[in-house]
Design a protein around this ligand. Structure first.
Ligand SMILES: NC(=O)C1=CN([C@@H]2O[C@H](COP(=O)(O)OP(=O)(O)OC[C@H]3O[C@@H](n4cnc5c(N)ncnc54)[C@H](OP(=O)(O)O)[C@@H]3O)[C@@H](O)[C@H]2O)C=CC1
Ligand SMILES: O=C(O)CCCC(=O)O
Length: 486
């Protein structure tokens, strides 16, 4: 099959419940739009509470047989899924770029990372071990098993519509759970394509279900309130994460929340400046700035601030914005009009509050309505709104600091705590500052560290729990203690 045949086969206009491609019970649909040119890609079902409750029932019915399979059987099915994702990598990347906008090179990397997550958890499936315990009374035999938590709901965002599903669904399936996925309105097609390949790999009917809807609220409420769902795994904004936390209280569901960030990127005067500039390019403009681990605040020591800005500006000149499928394009559009409006208002407010526009600062209508110029704002201060806002766009916010203690204080001056970065050659400072940063993840002299081996997650208002790594599967398991008096 050619890539374009694979793309055609993998783009679905129906959602997937109980092993069947289905329409919404209401028959309604909504549009999936290419953010680079606002063209319609396809329509998908507008599903509601009723469809969601049917999907949960399907996941419940499929649970006993799935969790009874041997670990090896589940592992082999997941390995086949990973293999099919790799075999369809170019087609999945094309679909991802079409619906999300990111440059094809980034889409390929995201799909490859999905295959890695699935393969990783295929290997974790066979290592779910318990413990035998010392007896607490004469004649006792005591042990702890790890058992699948049950039906899992996964609500995923539009910025990594492929890998966020792999990172949640693969460990859930490996653990013996069944899943209902609600992908973001803007990017349901990657979820449906991945699910198609999971079914081809032998995942039985009802084990993975996808519900599509143009707003998360109604479907989300059912996923939170339905007592059959035992676990909710969410990636998205902190505001929605807080709603879900409240909504899950009524059924005391276990939650994983991977929420917003406000990552500091600290450049000390003793750093390798060129490496720091390249790092700040890679992680600020990753996915056009729409990543929760993007450098949100560039904190640069005052003695090297001006030189950093010059080099940073020169490096940005090498980047190319455009339609993600076009040759040579390194950065695509923002996801939609709402995102453009949000970034534009934040930049305008920051300028009013006294920022200097070192470059950019405006929308780029000549490319399409969802493009924003690569922007550097400098002369920023802690009391400006931008210091506490998740930018989620190609806007670099640069602050000066005097010394190490001021850098750490500025970095920690936020309710968020997801990713953080520092560049320095001083070994003592590496240890001191890494530990002082109140973040779930710290990159030292490196902008990109995420992979299947990493316990991804945040502290403070950036979330609860970890995804990926040997710890990721525990989010979908419960400890089950047994005491036998013999
Ligand atoms: N941590 C991260 O990676 C992400 C952070 N963000 C941050 O959030 C900002 C806004 O982006 P936005 O897309 O609005 O993010 P949201 O948090 O609204 O969306 C993320 C997911 O949550 C769903 N959702 C929205 N409201 C509810 C609800 N009440 N109950 C259940 N599910 C819900 C969405 O569905 P639907 O799309 O159908 O409404 C989507 O699947 C961004 O600018 C960024 O700052 C956004 C996305 C990812
Ligand atoms: O979890 C995210 O939102 C970002 C993932 C980044 C990556 O996989 O490189």
């Amino acid at each position: 099959m050619t890539v374009s045949d694979q793309v055609k086969a993998l783009i679905h206009n129906q959602s997937f419940v109980n092993g069947e491609w289905v329409n919404a019970l209401s028959g309604k649909t909504f549009s999936v739009i290419n953010p680079a040119n606002n063209e319609l890609i396809t329509e998908v079902p507008e599903q509601t509470q009723e469809d969601t409750s049917a999907a949960i029932a399907a996941a419940e019915a499929a649970l006993p047989a799935w969790k009874e399979l041997t670990a090896k059987s589940r592992s082999l099915i997941l390995k086949r899924w990973a293999q099919l994702v790799n075999e369809n990598l170019e087609a999945l990347a094309t679909i991802l770029t079409l619906e999300q906008g990111k440059a094809l090179v980034e889409s390929r990397a995201e799909v490859a990372s999905s295959a890695n997550y699935i393969e990783w958890f295929a290997n974790e499936a066979i290592r779910i071990n318990g413990d035998t315990l010392p007896r607490s009374a004469n004649g006792n035999f005591e042990y702890m098993q790890k058992l699948p938590i049950g039906v899992v709901a996964a609500i995923t965002p539009w910025n990594f519509p492929n890998s966020m599903i792999a990172r949640k669904v693969a460990p859930a399936l490996a653990a013996g759970c069944t899943v209902v996925i609600k992908p973001a309105e803007d990017t349901p097609l990657s979820a449906l394509a991945l699910t198609h390949l999971a079914a081809d790999a032998g995942v039985p009917a009802g084990v993975i279900n996808v519900i599509t809807a143009s707003t998360g609220a109604e479907v989300g409420l059912e996923l939170c309130k339905n007592p059959t769902v035992k676990k909710l795994s969410f990636t998205g904004s902190t505001a929605v994460g807080k709603i879900l936390l409240e909504q899950c209280a009524s059924t005391v569901k276990k939650l994983s929340l991977e929420l917003g960030g406000n990552a500091p990127f600290i450049v000390f005067e003793d750093a390798d400046l060129d490496a720091a500039v390249q790092g700040a390019i890679a992680i600020k403009f990753y996915n056009s700035g729409q990543t929760c681990i993007c450098a949100n605040r560039l904190l640069v020591q005052e003695s090297i601030h001006d030189e950093f800005l010059e080099k940073y500006n020169a490096a940005i000149n090498q980047m190319v914005q455009g339609h993600g499928l076009e040759e040579g394009v390194s950065h695509g559009p923002l996801i939609n009009e709402k995102a453009i409006t949000k970034v534009q208002s934040l930049v305008e407010a920051t300028i009013k509050q006294g920022a200097t526009v070192y470059r950019g600062g405006k929308v780029l209508p000549e490319l399409g309505s969802n493009f924003f110029q690569f922007t550097i704002l400098s002369d920023l201060a802690k009391d400006m709104d931008i210091f506490s806002s998740e930018i989620f766009g190609p806007v670099a916010a640069v602050y000066k600091f005097r010394d190490e203690s001021e850098a750490v204080a500025m970095a920690n001056d936020t309710p968020y705590g997801l990713a953080s970065y520092l560049y320095t050659k001083d070994t003592g400072r590496i240890f001191r500052v890494s530990e002082a940063l109140e973040y779930g993840m710290v990159g030292v002299n490196t902008p990109k560290f995420v992979s299947e081996t990493v316990p991804f997650g945040g502290v403070k208002e950036s979330g609860i729990g970890r995804e990926g790594s040997v710890h990721g599967i525990d989010e979908f398991l419960e400890m089950h203690y047994v005491c036998i008096s013999a």
